[in-house]
Design a protein around this ligand. Structure first.
Ligand SMILES: C[S@@+](CC[C@H](N)C(=O)[O-])C[C@H]1O[C@@H](n2cnc3c(N)ncnc32)[C@H](O)[C@@H]1O
Length: 223
């Protein structure tokens, strides 16, 4: 077989192998993001500029979903884990004036962009603090809801993150973790993480969302 045929075949086989194993896809995307400097000042500034336009539809749908769950007149405490440049947290704070929205993110340039955007939007009830999924800087049972968009595939230890999420949620609270479908862990992987985290009492469900023609988003719910 000539090289002209072999090389494309190898590339297709490699891509198929990666796509069929979520864990591998997660590692590839995480490495690309880190090497590409997504969390460094320039990368974060660029993401903060493009995300509001490119991902506006996602933020709106997620906000609709959350407001539908808590009720527009309620005053919940909501954590946005891996809040990045803050668009979702700001949208939630706008739609739920009684809510307290806390964005948690390890990247200072992302938090700075989020704080600037909140000031520009005149939103004072969304704040942004340093932390990460494996060490959420909030007390036990302090949040009614935890949301996350496009961040779970960055978490180095998903089991530790789920344990932290369970710790900060009040009884009856739930976590809604939205991510691109191809980097969302499989049911089997999620069950392994919850078991590893000692969360056998929790229900974890993965679903592909019926949003858009190619259905690019998935949601992991933990109750
Ligand atoms: C692709 S951005 C998504 C940001 C935002 N949620 C959005 O939807 O636009 C991924 C975010 O996850 C954050 N992140 C990376 N590692 C993390 C970790 N271990 N725990 C929590 N967040 C993390 C990054 O700093 C970044 O802001």
């Amino acid at each position: 077989m000539g090289r002209a045929v072999l090389i494309p075949l190898l590339i297709i086989a490699g891509a198929a192998a990666v796509a069929s194993r979520t864990g591998a896809a997660v590692r590839v995307v995480r490495t690309l993001d880190q090497r590409g400097g997504l969390f460094a000042p320039r990368g974060a500034r660029l993401y903060a500029r493009v995300a509001p336009r490119l991902l506006r539809g996602l933020y709106r749908r997620v906000a609709d979903d959350l407001v539908g769950r808590v009720g527009s007149g309620s005053a919940p405490t909501i954590i946005d884990l891996g809040s990045g440049p803050g668009q979702l947290a700001i949208e939630l704070a706008r739609r739920l004036p009684g809510a307290r929205v806390i964005g948690v993110d390890p990247a200072a340039p992302m938090r700075d962009a989020a704080a600037r955007a909140a000031t520009l939007a005149g939103v004072a009830t969304a704040t942004f603090v340093h932390g990460e999924a494996g060490a959420i800087p909030l007390p036990d049972a302090s949040a009614d809801l935890l949301v996350s968009t496009l961040s779970m595939h960055h978490w180095p230890d998903p089991a530790a993150a789920l344990r932290e999420i369970a710790r900060v949620l009040r009884p009856g609270g739930e976590a809604l973790l939205y991510d691109a479908r191809f980097v969302t862990y499989s049911d089997r992987e999620l069950r392994r993480f919850t078991k590893g985290a000692g969360l056998d009492n929790r229900t974890i469900v993965r679903e592909v969302l019926p949003w858009g023609r190619v259905r690019p988003w998935a949601l992991v719910t933990m109750r």
